[in-house]
Ligand binder design. Structure first.
Ligand code: NDP
Length: 216
């Protein structure tokens, strides 16, 4: 029985990823900031919260086989790059980049020890360098950085049984995506869950959309 930890699983794509993983027979640990809607509280920007979450998870579940770094913020969507306050970059990076790295630092060493695991970083088309324009500068640059983290972590764990990939879920109807987005949460979660459940010889160090590799 695999054990998955999903960040930001109280709503949106994270909640749906948790639902689909559970439906596939995985034991899912829903984490997030809202204690009423998760199994274990986790604010990915807070080192004490990550340490407390790790203690609780290891005590109650013993290990994490699948980590889905889903939690993110979209701040200053309509800003111009040169007018974006540096604090908006900092706030964005705290969650979208440093949060994902810190949570991985808490749980990936255990995967490496056991020679098995999967990390799925929920990225965005906004972070795709090959097509990047002027949309949401802080968010887009943070997602490109998250993708760079995917490449680094995949390289650092290559041959150790750990798969690390990024996913663009598409434009999805959530609080972040808004009601006019064309993609349902079910479809948005699909490639994330598909990657999380890949066998040991599955892909690593790649960026996916609709179950297909895409360019960085
Ligand atoms: P939502 O805004 O609906 O959900 C974001 C989630 O992240 C919430 O659960 C939120 O928790 C959580 N979160 C934010 N900050 C923190 C934090 N510091 N610690 C823990 N959890 C936190 O967005 P989506 O579900 O749409 O987004 C999920 C992922 O998909 C994100 O990575 C997003 O960038 C990505 N994505 C979404 C797209 C879309 O169209 N929706 C398009 C491309 C990518 P809380 O309720 O506490 O705020």
């Amino acid at each position: 029985m695999k054990i998955a930890l999903v960040t930001g699983a109280n709503r949106g794509i994270g909640l749906e990823v948790a639902r689909q993983l559970a439906a596939a027979g995985v034991t899912v640990i829903k984490t997030g900031r809202d204690p009423g809607h998760v199994d274990v509280v986790l604010d990915v920007t807070n080192a004490d919260s990550i340490a407390a979450c790790k203690r609780t998870v290891l005590a109650e579940f013993g290990r994490v086989d699948i980590l889905v770094n889903n939690a993110a913020v979209l701040i200053g969507e309509d800003r111009d790059l040169l007018a974006t306050p540096i604090d908006e970059f900092r706030m964005t990076f705290e969650t979208n980049v440093f949060g994902a790295i810190a949570v991985a630092q808490a749980f990936v060493p255990g995967m490496v020890e056991r020679r098995t695991g999967s990390v799925v970083n929920v990225s965005s088309a906004a972070g795709q360098l090959s097509s990047m324009g002027t949309y949401a500068p802080a968010y887009s640059i943070s997602k490109a950085s998250l993708n760079a983290f995917t490449v680094q972590l995949a390289a650092a764990t290559r041959g150790m049984g750990v798969l690390v990939n990024s996913v663009n879920p598409g434009w999805v109807r959530t609080r972040m995506g808004g009601p006019g987005a064309p993609t349902s949460v079910e479809q948005g979660a699909d490639t994330i869950v598909w990657l999380a459940l890949q066998p040991a010889n599955g892909p690593t160090g790649q960026f996916f959309s609709n179950r297909h590799p895409i360019s960085w």
